[in-house]
Design a protein around this ligand. Structure first.
Ligand code: AMP
Ligand code: ZN
Length: 460
């Protein structure tokens, strides 16, 4: 891996389409991206990550139309849940979360450039990318283009490889769009999904950047189209490295409405799963391997976490003086090397975890006769905290709410009692940004966070 600029990484991660709550499938991809980001930081890179919020596209509009409400009424609550879920799963925040609806001028400019460059044409109020004007089209996803009929178009944002056509950069207004639409040199309309990512990545990361990721379903058509648009418009390489994660299955089957196995994070909270165990499951299958999300896997995760935690318990309860035994220092160095080398080899998470489990066993063996002394406990904890920068898994959150958070919750209850909902909402948002979600029930407030769930029954 060679970044464009020494020590820095620009990372674009395709984000959620906010028409309904993200599923654990989406979070499989977001956690792979979190591991990627954390690993880069762990080895010293300064990462600038962008994750777009697709708040206008076919799906969001369809949802708003079918429920007969403004677009924002669909997207806003979903965005709110999304950020809560990120916090619950301990996913590090990206530097930027640009919303598509706030970057329409940038998209229009890009479409104009493509049009002026001869890569796009207008038809019935829309603008299409002409696939035949771009000879490298299909290279990313490995397509053969001989069969392409010139000027055959597709309007949908999503379609199969066999259906590849000239795709929409700008979609002329139709009745289904309702109030959704922006004026442009091509007439009133809205952007196609693919141009959103081309425009927003360009704005925040420049015309060429290091890494672009998503789930495998994004390779075609989304990333193929992004690549074609961006290279055609700028003449630059666009992306140096692409990485795609394999999909998540539930109990061996594809998630689907009809099977009733489309889980959101809220569903898993309702099942009583610990978010640490969920993170464990989503994190520990290599990103290019299909992940099977099962009850068994969650149970196994609880065991694995318990085993890992025995090391922290041993280290924390260590007492007595003495020097760090050289054999222990050696074990730690072996673990550090094994862990780091594994992650640097295409995010080899299984080998990285194995290095940590080996350390746990070695330490237990070593301390069977002579327990850890304080110096040893502290060396182990330092190591554990250090590698946890890459994993976000090893250090258990407090099972209790920190004092300052508790105080804020009480304050909010008081504001609510005084019907000052503005201040109450302000505190709620503040808490959410810190990873604490509140649910107001009759006479009590339930707090949910990465470490657990607590009910506060206090009213004023
Ligand atoms: P979407 O909200 O559908 O645009 O998807 C957001 C991200 O989640 C994209 O990177 C998708 O590739 C990814 N994704 C969607 N479904 C799954 C799944 N079942 N497993 C893993 N990743 C997925
Ligand atoms: Zn995208």
């Amino acid at each position: 891996f060679q970044p464009r600029e020494a020590g820095k990484v620009g990372l674009y991660t395709c984000g959620p389409t906010v028409y309904k709550d993200a599923t654990i499938g989406n979070f499989r991809t977001y956690i792979f991206e979190d591991l990627l980001r954390r690993t880069l930081e762990f080895i010293g890179y300064e990462v600038t990550q962008v994750m777009n919020i697709t708040d206008v596209d076919d799906k969001t509009i369809r949802e708003a139309h079918s429920r007969d409400v403004p677009l924002s009424e669909i997207t806003e609550p979903v965005i709110e849940h999304f950020f809560r879920d990120l916090a619950l799963l301990k996913i590090e925040r990206a530097e930027y979360y640009p919303h598509a609806t706030e970057h329409i001028p940038e998209m229009i400019e890009l479409v104009q450039r493509l049009h002026e460059g001869g890569y796009a044409y207008k038809k019935d109020g829309s603008v299409y990318f002409s696939v035949s004007s771009y000879p490298k089209y299909g290279k990313l996803s490995g397509m053969k283009l001989e069969s392409l009929a010139r000027g055959v178009r597709i309007d949908a944002d999503e379609y199969e490889k066999e259906d590849f056509r000239d795709f929409a950069l700008w979609k002329g207004w139709t009745e289904e769009d309702g109030e959704v639409g922006w004026d442009s040199p091509f007439g009133r309309g809205r952007p196609g999904w693919h141009i959103e990512c081309s425009a927003m990545s360009r704005k925040y990361l420049g015309e060429e950047f290091d890494l672009h990721t998503g789930g495998v379903d994004n390779i075609f058509p989304h990333h193929e189209n992004e690549l074609a648009q961006s290279v055609a418009a700028t003449g630059r390489k666009f992306v140096r490295y692409w990485m795609h994660s394999a999909h998540l299955m539930v109990e061996g089957e594809k998630m689907s409405k009809s099977l009733g196995n489309v889980y959101t994070i809220q569903d898993l909270l309702d099942k009583g799963y610990s978010m640490r165990a969920v993170r464990y499951v989503l994190l520990t299958t290599h990103y290019r391997q299909q992940l099977n999300f099962t009850d068994e896997a969650i149970k196994a995760a609880y065991h694995s976490i318990e085993r890992l935690d025995t090391l922290v318990q041993a280290a924390e309860s260590a007492n007595g003086d003495g020097e760090v035994r050289s054999v222990l220092a050696e074990y730690i160095e072996i673990a550090r090397k094994g862990f780091t080398d594994a992650l640097l080899d295409d995010l080899g998470i299984s080998e990285a975890m194995a290095a940590l489990f080996n350390l746990v066993s070695s330490v237990h063996r070593l301390t069977n006769e002579i327990p850890l002394n304080r110096a040893e406990g502290s060396v182990i904890l330092d190591f554990w905290k250090d590698v946890d920068r890459a994993l976000g898994l090893l250090i258990a959150e407090d099972q209790d709410i920190p004092e300052d958070i508790y105080e804020l919750i009480l304050k909010r209850i008081e504001y609510r009692a005084n019907r000052d909902f503005k201040m109450a909402d302000k505190i709620r948002l503040d808490l959410e940004n810190q990873g604490y979600q509140l649910e107001d029930l009759k006479g009590e407030t339930v707090v949910i966070w990465h470490g657990g769930r607590k009910t506060i029954t206090k009213s004023f």
